[in-house]
Design a binder for this molecule. Structure first.
Ligand code: NAD
Length: 264
């Protein structure tokens, strides 16, 4: 424990359970003294999120489907009423119809494309619009991406296209909010076995491939992504904005299979 986040208040969106990347970030920030509010998507997840929130002393646990402007408004109205200002937001939300997270990207229908773009990309902009009205100078906004934004990954398909747009939006948002000393960054995380990941075709193979071929010869944990998130949310990264920071055991630098890796 420490005091890096002492006096800072923030919202963490995207906890589904204790394996969620959002929970890794929450735990790292709470250990450094942050005061945290959470959102959950739907009643079924409230049962999981509320006890986790309470375990770190949080009482602000609010419903929010990011596809619904009224629910987004309600969350930020509540934060304004309860706290007045905030210092950070974590957006760890992504979704695409899993029928299209396999096979060919070329077969994606319009409706699936638009839904993936809405929930996985535009929702971060929608969050930043509302957050920027109550965030203090020095504040930090963070989203989560994946290497499938930059390079073709089997099965990632429409999510890769949405993540590419999300990463571009990080840069545009960073440019717009910089004048108010608000920073906007993304973490591009390596594969982690979470609820969202289980929707991706052949995820076990992707995990194994990364484990064998990443420079660190392993995958990353939600705790590791959490600590890198802590850096981007804290004043340690006060000079950093518009960045997509890879937390992937180095996999993004690799051009070929690790000669040490066995065939799988
Ligand atoms: P997760 O399933 O724990 O979290 C995904 C969250 O998105 C859930 O809490 C879910 O409720 C929320 N969500 C989905 N649709 C929503 C909506 N309409 N409104 C509100 N919330 C909604 O999985 P995770 O892996 O922790 O995912 C968090 C983020 O990390 C996602 O953006 C994901 O794409 C990204 N990511 C994950 C991996 C990985 O391998 N797990 C790698 C890189 C990036």
């Amino acid at each position: 424990t420490g005091t890096l986040m002492k006096g800072k208040r923030g919202l963490i969106m995207g906890v589904a359970n204790n394996r969620s990347i959002a929970w890794g970030v929450a735990a790292a920030c709470a250990a450094q003294g942050a005061e945290i509010a959470f959102t959950f998507q739907g009643e079924a997840l409230e049962k999981r999120v509320r006890p986790l929130a309470e375990s770190i002393g949080s009482t602000l646990v609010l419903p929010c489907d990011v596809g619904d402007d009224a629910q987004l408004d309600a969350v930020f109205d509540t934060l304004k009423a309860e706290w007045g200002t905030i210092d950070f937001v974590v957006h760890a939300i992504g979704w695409a119809d899993k029928a299209y997270l396999r096979g060919r990207y070329a077969d994606t229908p319009r409706a699936a494309f638009l839904q993936a773009m809405d929930i996985s990309c535009f929702s971060f902009t929608a969050v930043c619009q509302r957050a920027s009205a109550i965030i203090r100078p020095g504040g930090s906004l963070l989203t989560l991406s994946y290497l499938g934004a930059e390079r073709v990954m089997p099965h990632y398909n429409v999510m890769g296209v949405a993540k590419a747009a999300l990463e571009a939006s990080v840069r545009y948002l960073a440019a717009d909010l910089g004048r108010d000393q608000v920073r906007v960054n993304a973490i591009s995380a390596g594969p982690i076995r979470t609820l969202a990941a289980s929707g991706i075709g052949d995820f076990t193979y992707i995990l194994k491939w990364n484990q064998l071929n990443a420079p660190l010869e392993r995958t990353v944990t939600p705790e590791e992504v959490g600590r890198s998130g802590l850096y981007l949310l804290s004043d340690l990264s006060s000079g950093v904005t518009g960045e997509v920071h890879h937390v992937d055991a180095g996999y993004h630098i690799v051009g070929m299979k690790n000669p040490r890796a066995p065939d799988i």
